[in-house]
Write a protein that binds this ligand. Sequence first.
Ligand code: G4P
Length: 529
Amino acid sequence: MSAVAVEAARRRTFAVISHPDAGKSTLTEALALHARAITEAGAVHGKAGRRGVASDWMEMEKARGISVTSAVLQFAHRGHVLNLLDTPGHADFSEDTYRVLAAVDCAVMLVDAAKGLEEQTRKLFDVCRHRGIPVITFVNKWDRPGREALELLDEIEREFRLKPTPLTWPVGIAGDLRGLIDVRDDTHLLRYTKAPGGAREAVEEPVPADRAASEEGEDFARAREEIELLAADGAVHDRDSFLAGKSTPVFFGAALSNIGVRLLLDAVVDLAPPPGARELAGGGSRPVDAPFAGLVFKVQANMDRSHRDRVAFVRVCSGVFTRGMTVTHAASGRPFATKYAHSVFGQDRSSVDVAHPGDVVGLVNAAALRVGDTLYDGPRAVFPPMPTFAPEHFAVVRPVDIGRSKQFRRGIAQLDEEGVVQVLVSDRRGEQAPVLAAVGPMQFDVVTHRMENEFSAPVRLEPLPYHLARGTDAAGAAALNRSRVVRGEALTRLRDGSVLALFPDRWQANSFERAFPGARLDHLVAAHE
Ligand code: G4P
């Protein structure tokens, strides 16, 4: 195996997906503390007021206690390098989430033991399924009263058509956890006891089965019975079906007390796939040991207020990245110098000199780079474009102060390039009144906030009565804009010049189709399917 293939095989690049409050920040911290964080453990993101709120660099994030931007955390475990990419926690940022998930090889789905599957879990899982990302499940908060383990598994199977294959099994009901059984080695009960001195992390102690049977009695016997029952039902881990997204290994624990976290970490190393060959646009694929190729999955401006710069997050897909190398920007065909390569963890940065497949580097001052772009060295590589979701909310944006129109235009163009919103324009509306299009209304709050605070160009938004977008062409646009019967409007997407037809609802879209049977109306990828 080549040196780069060896490094790739050591990498695991993953994200945690969950509904807000299921414990993502807590689990991230626990994972990083348990493993050896290569970067400072304080870089783990948490809620406002917690220590080390590094990814919450935007004031709005702090105020709302949510993470609207992504950070990357790298840590070592059992000779492997784990890259944990933070996904935004809010439904409105599903486009962002999609992009982050384009850069991972596996996802850990976090489920609250008391709540089971929640709205955000469902949406994020859909994205994983759509992208074919294998999912490991962690049922969290088993230290608190919650639902029955079998019932939770049943819910996953029924709702997600995903076979749950538990690899650990709890002894004792939620709220009265006696320990965990490692299903692959049930000769022991793993018992957790509070660490001396009141530390939060529990200590794990293996107790031989016969002793556990006498000490835990009924609970232990019942857990073993359930494990047998599950095995008989075919709920057995199978690598191929897991990688194909047909089954999910399930782990139980409590991130807050470090219960079951080691086993989850081991699972990421043992089960999650290492970076592999990546599909190219137009066919073929790029093996990991080909020369360098990387995918830009996120662009973020003004992360560091004192620098006012712009960072492009690049996932290394093949080859070795070395700082200072000159690569080719596939979209423009131009050379791109990587002098300012960093690992970026919220506001903390350190220079990255070398990165391997699966790693993420932040390229600073990467003004030319857009989300979805490919950078490469050697033979040309272009990864497939990232889909843009069908927007469902539309608003005209105008500068409050007409004297600041230069800042206004610069800011809007920047936010469009970052993918914070989609910007639509038309001759009729003019440059000073573009239309913003979003998957969720919270994207508009981000625009308002950033326009005022970063670009010193406060804006006013006027919602438009449209909720449905379809792709069309120049002829369709002309027909729609001329029509006196159909309520709707055609606009051009600034980012790629494509034309969108906007309607209040699908009845208006249908009536347009009837009135102009020859006109093109394409469905866009829906975020909420
Ligand atoms: P999020 O990032 O997914 O939104 O969730 P976060 O980690 O912030 O956790 C949400 C709440 O759930 C926090 O409580 C956290 O302490 C709690 N929590 C997380 N994991 C566990 C667990 O394994 N067991 C128990 N019992 N609680 C857990 P909070 O009161 O909202 O915040 P805090 O004041 O405790 O930080």
